[in-house]
Write a protein that binds this ligand. Structure first.
Ligand code: SAH
Ligand code: SF4
Ligand code: F3S
Length: 485
């Protein structure tokens, strides 16, 4: 794959008779060469290929990190397994809400049983959850069969940890409190051949009072525009038609660079890449989404007609306690400006219900925003207390029963606006990217519209990865049935 050329050259040139170089990425390339040898030997001993499995929890950042982990595992000679019964099993974890943690511990328990029947199996846990000391302690104490624990800031060293893990027994724990650098050029295996996410910033500086992300992902760091553009170009030459630019708040992109570059400028440059057909980005924070960005989206048809604009709450009192730095009216005028400037745009959001001190009158405000903005879709989450965040020590936590009641109210309002918005498109013909064979009926292909909605059309796998003109015949609430025209 073209994208891995640089690291391939370094790996081929690695001199295993000398100690590992200090410089990156040459150091990781050296460990990849060493791991290749080890795996070759073990596969020969076992008389079969060795397998891996990476299980991903959480957001697109984690999905992208998993692609980096898979990239390394594949390039050292493992083959992907269909289940968790594999020789090298990785859990890339999320800790944004408590249920995410619980799911991982449940799965990890089952993995321990698999390991009993598979000699030489290695189990690794990485990602946001293990940036918290209490979770690492729990793994050390109750999941002693785990071989490797590494954090979000040192993921680029995975090849090195993998090697150490293959050559030693006992649990290796490597967690850093902060990132020391951004290492470019490591191998990446993409889940989809035709679309890809790419990181533009890492970390977050916003410290919304409920949120654990700034603690587990560290401070905001931007990649150099040239690195981002190069990566996009390599992806396009490798067959990618859609790219999603990823950051916890894309609006703050480039402020920390030696030569600053705004997100609007970056977006414009990415638009100019020939052969790239569709661009998405996630997530713009409502506090600083600039007119420039809106203008660049409006003027470039390549940029998806979709803005994900997390509201969290519609109540000024709650927004203040959440440290979101906008008011209800500021948010609404921003959303309406987007609707006015970008025809056919879909606006989606995230909402938290049951934040400490929240009452029914606050939910009334949230529902008012839902109706006035008319969301095309929304993810609603029940507030989950995260240890160490300011909201966790607020005295007026809302009882679960109340939270559930509030959740139902918000969900009903969201469903109303989402159905109404989707209905408006029935009968239109729009461009859609064919993504995969429909999971329920293999005679249908699932395609994604520019506005992020799905449409299922009769077809076959040869269509996958292509941009098609699709007529939206029938609306089923959140998705369509249609046909290629
Ligand atoms: N950086 C992005 C989102 C990060 S987390 C942003 O600012 O929008 C994704 C979503 O998880 C958030 O938008 C929020 O709605 C939700 N979330 C974060 N912390 C939460 C918590 N403690 N309880 C419930 N939902 C939470
Ligand atoms: Fe969390 Fe707020 Fe940062 Fe998003 S902007 S990751 S919600 S702290
Ligand atoms: Fe979860 Fe970490 Fe993303 S906590 S939401 S995987 S940044």
């Amino acid at each position: 794959m073209a994208i891995n050329e640089r690291i391939e050259q370094l790996t081929a040139a690695a001199d295993l008779n000398s100690p590992a170089p200090e410089q990156e990425p040459a150091r990781q390339a050296w460990f990849m060469a060493r791991a290749r040898k080890l795996i070759e030997k073990r596969a020969a001993e076992a008389g079969r290929e060795l397998t891996f499995r990476v299980e991903t929890f959480g957001c697109q950042m984690n999905a992208r990190d998993s692609e980096k982990i898979v990239g390394i595992l594949e390039s050292v000679g493992y083959r992907e397994a269909r289940s968790e019964d594999a020789d090298f099993l990785v859990y890339n974890t999320c800790t944004v809400r408590d249920n995410a943690d619980q799911r991982v511990f449940g799965r990890l328990g089952r993995a321990g049983h698999l390991k009993k029947n598979r000699p030489g199996m290695k189990i690794a846990v990485c990602g946001c959850m293990v940036q918290e000391k209490s979770n690492v302690e729990k793994i050390r104490k109750s999941y002693r069969f785990v071989d490797l624990v590494f954090g979000t800031h040192n993921l680029y060293r995975f090849a090195e940890y993998l090697c150490n893990c293959l050559e030693t027994e006992g649990m290796i724990v490597e967690i850093w409190d902060r990132a020391d650098r951004i290492v470019e050029a490591l191998p990446v295996a993409r889940k989809y051949p035709f679309k890809s996410g790419i990181n533009i910033t890492f970390g977050c500086n916003n410290f919304c009072s409920y949120c654990i992300v700034p603690y587990v992902r560290g401070r905001e760091r931007s990649r150099e525009p040239i690195e981002i553009l190069r990566e996009c170009e390599r992806l396009v030459s490798d067959g990618v038609v859609e790219i999603m630019l990823l950051g916890q708040n894309v609006n703050s992109y480039g402020k920390d660079l030696e030569t600053p570059c705004s997100f609007a400028e970056l977006l414009q440059m990415v638009c100019e890449i020939e052969g790239l057909k569709r661009i998405r980005f996630m997530t713009p924070h409502p506090k600083d989404l600039s007119d420039e960005v809106i203008r660049v989206v409006r003027d470039n048809e390549k940029i998806a007609r979709h803005i994900h604009l997390p509201l969290q709450s519609g109540s000024d009192r709650i927004l203040k306690r959440m440290n979101r730095r906008y008011t209800k009216e500021q948010y609404i005028s921003l959303a309406l400006k987007i609707r006015e400037q970008i025809p056919d745009v879909s606006i989606t959001t995230d909402i938290i219900v049951g934040f400490p001190g929240e009452e029914d009158c606050d939910i009334d405000d949230t529902i008012d925003v839902i109706r006035r903005v008319g969301y095309d879709n929304a993810f609603t989450f029940i507030y989950s207390k995260r240890a160490g965040t300011p909201a966790a020590s607020m005295p007026d936590q809302v009882p679960d029963r109340e939270k559930n009641r509030m959740f139902d109210r918000v969900l009903a309002a969201v469903q109303e606006t989402a159905h109404a918005r989707a209905g408006l498109l029935t009968g239109r013909t729009m461009e859609a990217l064919a993504e995969e064979v429909n999971v329920k009926d293999s005679s249908y292909i699932t395609c994604r519209l520019s506005n992020n909605m799905l449409v299922h059309v009769p077809g076959d796998p040869s269509m996958i990865g292509k941009m098609l003109q699709v007529r939206l015949d029938e609306c089923r609430g959140f998705y369509f049935f249609g046909r290629v025209v």
